[in-house]
Write a protein that binds this ligand. Structure first.
Ligand SMILES: [Mg+2]
Length: 376
C-alpha cells in the first residue's frame, strides 16, 4: 500500500465557553487536519492541536511541517509506522524543527489506515482486545467562585446521565481563591476531583500549604494535582511532591520521551499526563506509557483543545494502555461545536468513561460536506 495524496487544512473550532487556564485564555481551538489517501482508496485522518507553550509549535508551524514532509510521505507505506516516523525525523533534522502535533496527526492518519485495511479498531491494532473503563474527568476552567458553582451544577446536569463521576478544576496560583473554589465544587459535586495548576505556583511553600489544606478537608477524593510549579524546575516539583499529600503529576514538564526520562531520573513526580499531541502520536505515546508503567509512575491520558477527531485518537490510545492508567481527561470535544464528523461516529461519553467505538481504524466518518471539501 502506498500513500498517493496528503492534504492539510485549518480547523477553527469555537469553544462553547472560553478556556481560561493560569497562563492563557482561548475562545477558539486553532487546529488542523491531515488527510492521507492510499493507492487502494483508503483514507486516514488525523487532527493536530498545537499550543506553543506546551507542544512547542503553532498551527502555522505544524501545517508548514506537514506540507514539507508530504513530498517524502508520498509513495511510502502507511502501515510501516516506524518507517513513517523515520521520514518525519529525517525532515526535522533537515529543517531543524519537529512539529509534535503534525507528527501526531500524520501518525494517527496512518493508524486509521492500518485499522481500516485489516478492519480492526486502532486499540486492537495496539494489542488491547477490550477497552478498560477509566473514569474520565470534565474540566472546569478558571472563573469566579460564583461562576465555578454555576458551572459545576451545569456540568452535573449535562453529564450525570453519562455517568459523570470526576471533575477537574484548573487552579490559578492564588491559594485563597483556589481553596475556596475546590471546596465550593466539593460541596456541590459528590464525586472525585482532579486539580491542575498549569505551573501557577512559583512559590513552593504556598503550593504545599494550599494542596495539603485541600487534602485535609477532602481526603483521597482529590486524586491528583497536575503541574503545580513551572515546568523547567524539576527540583521544585520534586520538593513539592515530597511534602504534598496529593499525588503530583507532571504535565507541561513531559512533552517527549526525553522529558519523561528526566522525570524518572529526577524522581520529581508520582505520575505523568501523556498526550498524543505532545508525544507525537501513538508510536511515541505507547512507548512513553510503557516506560512510565515500568518505572511505577501513574499515567493519566489528557488532551489539548481537540475536537471529535483528536479525542477519538486519544480514546484509542487510552484504551490501548493495559495497566497503570489512573485517570483520563478527554473532554474538549464536549465543549466544541463542529460538524466535522457524523454524530454516530463520535466517541461516546458513557458510564463516566470515553470508550472508543468498535469500528475499523479510528472509527470516524467525516461529515459528507466536509469530506467533499477536503477532496476538492
Ligand atoms: Mg494539565
Amino acid at each position: 500500500m502506498r500513500i498517493v495524496k496528503v492534504q492539510t487544512c485549518k480547523l477553527d473550532h469555537r469553544l462553547v465557553e472560553p478556556s481560561i487556564i493560569a497562563y492563557k485564555s482561548m475562545r477558539y481551538a486553532r487546529n488542523g487536519l491531515v488527510l492521507l489517501e492510499t493507492d487502494e482508496g483508503q483514507f486516514g485522518v488525523g487532527e493536530l492541536s498545537p499550543l506553543k507553550p506546551v507542544t512547542g509549535d503553532t498551527r502555522d508551524e505544524a501545517l508548514r511541517f506537514a506540507r514539507y514532509v508530504s513530498t517524502s510521505l508520498k509513495d511510502s507505506d502507511p502501515t510501516d509506522i516506524a518507517g513513517i516516523h523515520s521520514i518525519l525525523e529525517a525532515a526535522s533534522r533537515k529543517i531543524g524543527f519537529m512539529s509534535q502535533t503534525a507528527s501526531a496527526a500524520i501518525d494517527s492518519a496512518c493508524f486509521d489506515i492500518v485499522g481500516k485495511s485489516v478492519e480492526k479498531p486502532v486499540y486492537k491494532i495496539l494489542g488491547c482486545p477490550k477497552p478498560r473503563m477509566i473514569l474520565n474527568a470534565v474540566t472546569i476552567y478558571l472563573r469566579s467562585l460564583e461562576d465555578t458553582a454555576r458551572k459545576t451544577r451545569e456540568l452535573m446536569k449535562a453529564y450525570s446521565g453519562n455517568g459523570l463521576q470526576r471533575l477537574k478544576l484548573k487552579l490559578s496560583g492564588d491559594p485563597r481563591l483556589d481553596k475556596a473554589r475546590v471546596l465550593t465544587v466539593s460541596e456541590i459535586f459528590p464525586g472525585d476531583l482532579m486539580l491542575d495548576a498549569n505551573q501557577a505556583y512559583r512559590d513552593e511553600k504556598s503550593a504545599v500549604k494550599v494542596l495539603n489544606d485541600i487534602y485535609d478537608s477532602l481526603g483521597p477524593r482529590v486524586i491528583l494535582v497536575e503541574q503545580p510549579s513551572p515546568k523547567d524546575d524539576l527540583q521544585k516539583l520534586k520538593s513539592i511532591r515530597s511534602k504534598c499529600k496529593i499525588p503530583v503529576f507532571a504535565d507541561e514538564a513531559v512533552v517527549t520521551m526525553m522529558d519523561l526520562e528526566k522525570i524518572i531520573r529526577s524522581e520529581s513526580a508520582d505520575g505523568v499526563n501523556i498526550k498524543l499531541q505532545k508525544a507525537g502520536g501513538f508510536f511515541w505515546g505507547c512507548r512513553m506509557a510503557e516506560l512510565a508503567k515500568d518505572r511505577g509512575l501513574g499515567i493519566m491520558v489528557g488532551c489539548m483543545l481537540e475536537s471529535e477527531i483528536g479525542i477519538a485518537q486519544d480514546a484509542h490510545f487510552l484504551a490501548s494502555i493495559s495497566r497503570g492508567v489512573v485517570a483520563s481527561d478527554l473532554d474538549t470535544d464536549l465543549e466544541i461545536k463542529t460538524e466535522t464528523v457524523t454524530s454516530s461516529s463520535r466517541v461516546p461519553f458513557r458510564d463516566g468513561a470515553r470508550i472508543p467505538l468498535d469500528r475499523p481504524g479510528l472509527g470516524l466518518e467525516l461529515h459528507s460536506s466536509y469530506a467533499c471539501r477536503l477532496r476538492e
